[in-house]
Design a protein around this ligand. Structure first.
Ligand code: SAH
Length: 217
């Protein structure tokens, strides 16, 4: 049983983090509100709890990481989330990013390839599971049974544009995917027009753990 909970101390630290994000070009109020309300420390082991509201990526199990809060805010903002959006996430990890999207009103479909993390995320995400569906699988193949999606977010580094995922994006949809080498990636914003034309824009350098799978590394 999870006996850890939120506290005034954590809420205060969270409020400071939100101020930092807001001064760093995160302007989507829904992103800021969601990040002010979801307790990031509950997605980390006790060892890292005291650093939960520093703007840094932190280790979770299996040599993976929970993304830096700025990165979570940046990707969430890029997706222009509207309530009811059907969002596919590749790389559940701790579940924190999925919780933020659910808190913003999205219906989330999140895929993780490592069983231990999938099980941990299921526990972490207990309060949000009404709006989040989890799947243990290779996310580079997408989730055909639930496609198409309004939005797609990849939270691991892809070596190239994952074509199968783009096929599962609705016309008018948006995808945000870090693409590059194992060491450093460009955040790529992809839009599919209503007549199915793909446009791409690079939004700066980021660092993610590798996307491992059939259409990944
Ligand atoms: N969004 C996560 C970040 C996790 S780090 C969070 O908020 O905590 C990236 C995750 O992607 C890791 O857990 C890794 O195991 C997972 N991953 C890597 N390749 C994958 C693939 N092909 N399919 C699904 N998950 C993958």
């Amino acid at each position: 049983m999870n006996i850890r909970h939120d506290s005034y101390k954590h809420q205060g630290q969270r409020a400071q983090l939100i101020n930092l994000l807001a001064s760093n070009k995160i302007t989507d109020k829904n992103v800021l509100l969601a990040m002010a309300s979801v307790p990031r420390h509950l997605f980390l082991s006790k060892d890292f709890e005291n650093r939960a509201y520093d703007d840094v990526a932190l280790p979770i199990d299996e040599e993976q990481t929970i993304s830096q809060p700025y990165t979570v805010a940046f990707q969430s903002q890029a997706l222009e989330i509207k309530p009811g959006d059907k969002v596919l996430e590749i790389g559940t990890g701790s579940g924190y990013q999925a919780a933020i999207l659910a808190q913003m009103g999205a219906e989330v479909y999140s895929i993780e390839r490592i069983e231990k993390l999938y099980k941990m995320a299921k526990i972490n995400l207990q309060p949000y599971l009404k709006n989040i569906n989890l799947f243990l699988s290779d996310g580079t193949m997408g989730w055909p049974d639930n496609a198409p999606f309004d939005k797609i977010i990849v939270t691991a580094a892809a070596p190239k544009l994952p074509e199968i995922l783009l096929e599962q994006l609705k016309p008018g949809g948006i995808a945000i995917i870090p693409i590059g080498s194992m060491k450093i990636q460009k955040m790529v914003l992809i839009k599919k027009s209503v007549d199915n034309k793909i446009s791409q824009k690079e939004l700066g350098d980021f660092r993610f753990v590798p996307l491992i799978g059939k259409d990944g590394w």
